[in-house]
Design a protein around this ligand. Structure first.
Ligand code: BT5
Length: 342
């Protein structure tokens, strides 16, 4: 998306603006404005050209221009109906030094999880890779994974899906927590994945995952790509066991445009004030206070998760020590168990 297109969308978001005024404001010709208006119409915007100027009557459900329209964060959106992996594309974009770009897709055909695992990306999802270059040391990168998780949970709040974060990178819907909430917070789940429900006690149903990749020099990140995959308007039949989607949780399609905007705006706010990330994460995690089993490349650690420390390490009290775990796969164990084999 060009700067002009972004400026045009933000000018139009403020209300009707006459073409000549737009041309002056954006320092381009009237013909250029007209071309952009036509392109927006082709992208699905309904734009009226009245006496007061151009007015946006309706916005498409999803897409690059749709998300950029009224977005309260300074990102350019590069949108694909279908792509292999938005993280892959964001890495390519990063190569020439570009930053401040979100690669966004409706479908992923070669999505990646951590450790070369697969991430299923059926159409109707939200697959977003946020490319930035924060002025921070590479060791701080995990903080941005946590920021993305909190940003996603906040967007879930806005569509009445009560999600929590399972360390380090999963956004989950914990049936047990929801069931015991009683009233206000509880969610209906019209579509059930029985196999998944069986795993709820082990850490809930996975709604979103995050994959953070970066390149850096000794003291500074060169580029950082935070890839977020959200099962939005997707049927459970298209997802692996143990997964859920926003549609399955709410019983209806959600507004992916608004969801993406809320998430990107929250992520941007956290990135601007990294000191706010850990406190916000503590408020929305379901890992702290739980018995957990963490598999790292070298060992299995079982104990109670008691805190998170900068830049995203989990503090676990085992039977004989207090351990700080920087990376691994985490499973929530039932509170009453001492066995690591459930
Ligand atoms: C993750 O890995 O959870 C990170 C997923 C990141 C995906 C985003 S989408 C945008 C961007 N572009 C990419 O190519 N990737 C990022 P991990 O913690 O390793 O979990 C992977 C595991 O989750 C798989 O092995 C499956 O068991 C499960 N899984 C795969 N697809 C899923 C889905 N759609 N929903 C829930 N679980 C899924």
């Amino acid at each position: 998306m060009t700067d002009t297109r972004r400026a045009l969308l933000s000018a139009l978001a403020a209300g009707p603006v006459p073409g000549p005024e737009l041309a002056k404001e954006l320092d381009v010709s009237r013909a250029a404005i007209w071309k952009h208006i036509e392109a927006l119409r082709e992208a699905g915007f309904d734009i009226e050209g009245g006496v007061d100027g151009y007015t946006i009557e309706s916005i498409p459900d999803f897409g690059g221009d749709a998300v950029a329209f009224g977005l309260g964060a300074p990102y350019d959106i590069e949108f694909y109906e279908s792509i292999g992996s938005t993280n892959e594309r964001a890495r390519e974009v990063a190569e020439d030094g570009t930053t401040g770009v979100v690669v966004l897709a409706n479908e992923q055909t070669g999505g990646r999880g951590r450790l070369d695992r697969e991430w299923l990306g059926p159409p109707g999802g939200i697959y977003a890779s946020i490319l930035t270059a924060p002025d921070r040391p590479p060791a701080h990168a995990p903080l941005y994974t946590l920021a993305a998780a909190v940003a996603t949970v906040r967007a879930c709040d806005a569509v009445d899906v009560r999600a929590t974060i399972k360390w380090p990178n999963d956004v989950i819907v914990d049936r047990k927590i929801n069931d015991s909430d009683g009233g206000g917070q509880s969610i209906s789940s019209p579509e059930k994945n029985t196999e998944s429900d069986a795993s709820a006690g082990r850490g809930g149903l996975k709604l979103a995952g995050i994959l953070t990749e970066m390149e850096g020099e000794a003291d500074r990140v060169s580029w950082l790509v935070v890839g977020i995959g959200i099962n939005a308007n997707v049927d459970l039949s298209q997802l692996p066991p143990g997964a859920t989607s926003l549609r399955a949780e709410t019983g209806d399609d959600v507004d992916r445009r608004r969801f993406t905007q809320t998430m990107l705006e929250a992520y941007h706010d956290f990135s601007a004030e990294p000191d706010t990330i850990l406190p916000a994460w503590r408020e929305r995690t379901s890992t702290l206070g739980r018995r957990v089993r963490i598999e790292t490349p070298n060992e299995v650690i079982v104990g109670e998760a008691v805190d998170i420390t900068h830049p995203g390490a989990l503090v676990v009290e085992t039977d004989d020590a207090r351990r700080t775990v920087h990376a691994g796969d985490c499973e929530h164990l039932r509170r009453d168990t001492t066995d690591d084999n459930i």
